[in-house]
Design a protein around this ligand. Structure first.
Ligand SMILES: COc1cc(/C=C/C(=O)SCCNC(=O)CCNC(=O)[C@H](O)C(C)(C)COP(=O)(O)OP(=O)(O)OC[C@H]2O[C@@H](n3cnc4c(N)ncnc43)[C@H](O)[C@@H]2OP(=O)(O)O)ccc1O
Ligand SMILES: O=C(O)CCC(=O)C(=O)O
Ligand SMILES: [Fe+2]
Length: 359
């Protein structure tokens, strides 16, 4: 297989089999020293991220959250969630060594031999809560995405200790734990503007009852302009907290429509975005914004999102507190796991998942 791939004499089935089924991932492909991008990764023109569609001149807000009691901080967060759906926070209190360790651990996991990573493919993994994969939804995609990932659904410390891959479990778990306070503070602030005075146990579970941490790996790509790292999508979470390294490549759709704004890496910052579940619960007030990631021609990139979600069996819809003022509901009540399954069963398609919940 190695020689057929490196001489370019291979077909789409070979590539998909090697990358997806055999678990080499796109990293295995990249490391064969390819000179051109294999066909299954060539994206249609309209999905490629070209310079003419992007801007580095504008920026999503950068908010210093060192003082949570400052009303300006709360205002900035809520305004950003309404206007941009995305912002970066600095001085958030998650220790720098926790951030550095989890990025190193991501490199550690993807640096394992394919035989070890393969144990976590969907069909081999000892649990449904640990999944190594590539692209987004290879079975449903017309063109694959240039990304491998490890997805870890947090159930309990004991379950994580027993099943998460040893090379990254402590670091991933530490990141989940150390980010709990900042997640809670963000949600408290966001809820206040929605007329929710206090996050009681029921609300806590609805907003942050389940968490998923993904380790994303985007290897160096031979023709980065022909493909994407991640295609246009919005997250299905309530809130996502994303750690990126210093390479860059994340773009966010500007609210006005057609331009894409780069999210520049800022050392020690975290990127926060509103997900579909919070857009639904806020009846459209907070925006879950489309984003995408470019492939990079010279460097390997890692990112680590924590998706903060309702529990799979929760039913979500616009909050009563939001509708109390007579607002018409824009979304129906949906079972959260139905919503997430709908997301995973199709290729990335921008914001179309939300149609599933629209009235
Ligand atoms: C991977 O690249 C991505 C990912 C993303 C993710 C963005 C997010 O916002 S993730 C937050 C999602 N929320 C949750 O995980 C919390 C709630 N969880 C659930 O509701 C359930 O655990 C479940 C995810 C629906 C899985 O339920 P289960 O009953 O166990 O069903 P399955 O049969 O296992 O899965 C259904 C279907 O989904 C696919 N899938 C499941 N988990 C993942 C995963 N972690 N990554 C990718 N795909 C997954 C699974 O393959 C099943 O499809 P089949 O065709 O195989 O049947 C954003 C951008 C990215 O590029
Ligand atoms: O890698 C990134 O910067 C963003 C990844 C992303 O959007 C996701 O995993 O949902
Ligand atoms: Fe995302």
């Amino acid at each position: 297989m190695a020689s057929t791939i490196s001489t370019g004499l291979f077909n789409s089935w070979d590539v998909t089999n090697f990358v997806v089924n055999q678990g080499h991932g796109v990293k295995g492909l990249a490391e064969m020293g390819l000179e051109t991008l294999p066909k299954p990764y060539v994206q249609p023109l309209e999905e490629r991220i070209t310079m003419s569609k992007t801007t580095h001149e504008e920026s999503i807000p950068i908010i210093d959250v060192s003082n949570w009691n400052d009303p300006n901080v709360a205002d900035s967060i809520c305004n950003a969630a309404e206007k941009w759906g995305f912002f970066q926070i600095v001085n958030h209190g998650v220790p720098i060594h926790v951030l550095e360790n989890v990025k190193d651990a991501a490199h550690g996991f993807f640096g394992l031999p394919a035989e070890e990573k393969r144990m976590y493919l969907k069909d081999h993994s000892p649990t449904n809560n640990v999944r190594f994969g590539t692209s987004f939804s290879p079975q449903a995609e017309k063109a694959l995405e240039w990304k491998d990932y490890l997805s870890l659904f947090y159930v309990s410390d004991d379950e994580a200790t027993a099943f998460w891959p040893p090379v990254c479990k402590d670091e991933a778990l530490e990141f989940v734990k150390k980010s709990e306070l900042v997640i809670r503070r963000l949600l408290e602030v966001l809820m206040k503007r929605l007329n929710v005075k206090e996050i009681d146990k029921t609300k806590e579970l609805l907003l942050m009852g389940s968490k998923r941490i993904n380790l994303n790996y985007y290897p160096k790509c031979p023709n980065p302009n022909l493909t994407v790292g991640v295609g246009r999508h919005s997250d299905v979470s309530a809130l996502t907290l994303l750690l990126q390294d210093d390479i860059g490549g994340l773009y966010v759709r500007k609210m006005d429509g057609n331009s894409w704004i780069h999210v520049p890496p800022i050392s020690e910052s975290l990127v926060i975005n509103v997900g579909d579940a919070l857009q639904i619960m806020s009846n459209g007030r907070y925006k879950s914004i489309e984003h995408r990631v470019t492939a990079n021609g010279s460097k390997n990139r890692v990112s680590v999102p924590i998706f903060v979600n309702p529990r799979p069996f929760d039913v979500i819809g616009p909050l009563l507190e939001v509708l109390e003022n007579g607002e018409k509901p824009m979304y129906k009540q949906v079972l959260y796991s139905d919503y997430v399954k709908h997301f995973f069963k199709k290729a990335h398609d921008g914001k179309d998942t939300l149609e599933f919940a629209k009235i």
